[in-house]
Design a protein around this ligand. Sequence first.
Ligand SMILES: Nc1ncnc2c1ncn2[C@@H]1O[C@H](COP(=O)(O)OP(=O)(O)OP(=O)(O)O)[C@@H](O)[C@H]1O
Length: 322
Amino acid sequence: MIEIRNLSKSYSSKVEVLTDVSITINEGEIYGIIGHSGAGKSTLLRCINGLEGYNSGSLVVMGQEVKSLKGKKLRTFRKDLGMIFQGFNLLKRKTVFDNVALPLQVWGWTTPKVRNRVNELLQLVGLEDKAKVKPSSLSGGQQQRVAIARALALNPKILLCDEATSALDPKTTKDILQLLLKINKELGITIVVVTHQMEVVKDICEKVALIEGGVIRAEGKSKDLFLNPGVSLKKFLGEEDESEVLPSEGTNIKIFFSDGMSKDTLITSMARELSIDFSIVWGKLEKFRESVLGSLVINVTEENKQLVIDYLEKNQIVWEVL
Ligand SMILES: Nc1ncnc2c1ncn2[C@@H]1O[C@H](COP(=O)(O)OP(=O)(O)OP(=O)(O)O)[C@@H](O)[C@H]1O
């Protein structure tokens, strides 16, 4: 759906904002681009929808090299890409209905068709009773729902979200993320989410790219990266390096927990079955999309090491000796 290869961009001739960026976003995915402020996330998003050009590399969206699109071709291309922002960007003087109707009117839809479509969209985002009010009388979460309805008006194939939940409280953030998930599942729209919040990635993104100083530092399935983050992601998450806090005596074994695996059952059964003592010396378990994922480090004596490894192997548990 979106194929980015060796993309580089600078605003002035000296400073590169994106350097050699390569990522692939497949149709139907929810893809997260995460990084600190100033990392280049918004710039990358703006390159995807043709609002910004790029100096080198290639950026192909739905089979078209974005840089080559001009005039009517570019406008038609943009129709397939909806976008929402941190600040919602609604027109304050217009009603909720008129805000959502705007893109349809620009594209020359007739009044009855506009009415039907806007009502359908307001229903989708749960705001059918707010059609006549102005955005200023709505909460932040409701305003973002209006913005989502407007972004979906022309039936885009891709929805680009630029820090769409950064101005919202945690509960409202969850609600908006659930709405994005529903849009992805029910309408089959590919969603690209730019964010600095790991929670957003954990809640809805199947894949993620970590960007720092315009360079992609880590990329892959969110679950895999979260289970076994590299140095860059750990730094981004502000996580301690577990090797610094582990005991120097005995053997430290890291056990990875993934979907459907109960950590309690594993730990208690292993202790019971092997009849050995070990201590849990480090751990990280968190809710990730619908499952609990994470890892624990146990410390075992040298003589029990092989017993534990054999047990983990037999039970097909992913492990590593640190
Ligand atoms: N129009 C512009 N002209 C010149 N420099 C720009 C422009 N837009 C962004 N930049 C610079 O490019 C770099 C990346 O900015 P960008 O907005 O893409 O980062 P970001 O990761 O989205 O951060 P934020 O979340 O704070 O917007 C920053 O150093 C920024 O100052």
